[in-house]
Design a protein around this ligand. Structure first.
Ligand code: BDR
Ligand code: CA
Length: 311
């Protein structure tokens, strides 16, 4: 089986950690590198968290630190959900997994330029690294097979009435990516808010009984508690791994092509993804937007992903 090449750009983050777990363990995917950005926490925290997760799972994947600041706006983080470290909950052992010396943006440019146009870039954090890479070396655009992002919403947001966190944390970067002319799959809150990790799901994943499942259970302990405190959900929405689940089995999502524009106007809807599902504007479709999710199938994919790891 030919493995699908991906780069995972993330800001771990509890749900990012599960995305790493799912991508890193899958024989269907070749995870070329993990590039890290500031988002859920500062870059210092998120790059360390990515390495903790890689080390816990025993993955052989290089980790690159990227941008610590959004392109234009001031930095925002999500400590209310992900805690002081960005990955509160599990007790991680002393860190030995190295951080690559190369900057994440340089890695993206180098790897994409040298590729045959067969790399999918998955972003599960603010899109700063990819946008900076596109600005630094515009020739990479034609080399990106597809951008698959967790971000945005056709409906309401989760950090303002209008905006979802990953987009509001760097709207200008999202604008650069959405106007790059490449195929995009937008996995937004419309579907990820249905992937609610209820206690029964945590129990089910815990029964897998390996190191990966132990990490999952420990991560969800913190994540589900803060999601309940902040949003009142009985289970935390496991946003980021939906991107990887879709790569592994596209039938897990229903997508619709539409025009999506990012509000970079700075007003009360700053960071909103304006999704023209009814084609009011007759503008070219630049994204396949996820509109439905098969939740049962999603949890089956997560469980199968956990089972890929040894005891
Ligand atoms: C997104 O924001 C972050 O807090 C999560 O990791 C996810 O990527 C959900 O809005
Ligand atoms: Ca994230």
């Amino acid at each position: 089986m030919e493995r699908k090449k991906i780069i995972l750009d993330c800001d771990p983050g509890h749900d990012d950690a599960v995305a790493i777990l799912l991508a890193g363990g899958s024989p269907a995917l070749e995870l070329l590198g993990i590039t890290v950005v500031a988002g859920n926490q500062t870059l210092e925290n998120t790059q360390r968290n990515a390495r903790q997760v890689v080390q816990w799972l025993g993955l052989q994947v290089p980790v690159f630190a990227g941008c610590g600041q959004p392109m234009v706006r001031e930095k925002m983080t999500a400590g209310d959900i992900h805690g002081k470290t960005g990955l509160d909950g599990p007790a991680f052992p002393p860190l030995v997994c190295p951080l690559e010396q190369e900057h994440a943006v340089a890695f993206l440019v180098r790897t994409l330029l040298a590729s045959e146009g067969d790399i999918t870039v998955v972003t599960t954090g603010p899109m700063t690294n990819l946008a900076m890479a596109l600005r630094l070396e515009p020739r990479i655009a034609e080399k990106i097979q597809r951008i698959v992002l967790m971000g945005g919403s056709c409906g309401s947001g989760n950090v303002s009435p209008a905006a979802e966190f990953n987009i509001l944390a760097d709207p200008e970067a999202a604008h650069v990516c959405f106007t790059a002319g490449r195929p995009i799959t937008m996995v937004g809150l419309d579907v990820t808010r249905k992937a609610l990790c209820y206690p029964a799901v945590v129990e089910r994943m815990g029964r897998v009984g390996n190191e990966a499942s132990r990490l999952f259970v420990e991560l969800m302990g913190h994540f589900c508690r803060t999601q309940k405190e902040v949003f009142g959900w009985e289970g935390g929405p496991l946003h980021d791994p939906v991107t990887i689940a879709w790569l592994l089995d596209p039938t897990v999502l229903t997508t619709r092509p539409m025009n999506v524009r990012i509000d970079i106007g700075g007003g009360q809807s700053y960071g909103r993804t304006n999704c023209d599902g009814f084609d009011y504007l007759r503008l070219p479709h630049n994204a396949d937007v996820a509109v439905e999710i098969d939740v049962e199938k999603f949890w089956d994919i997560i469980e199968a992903g956990l089972r890929r790891y040894g005891a």
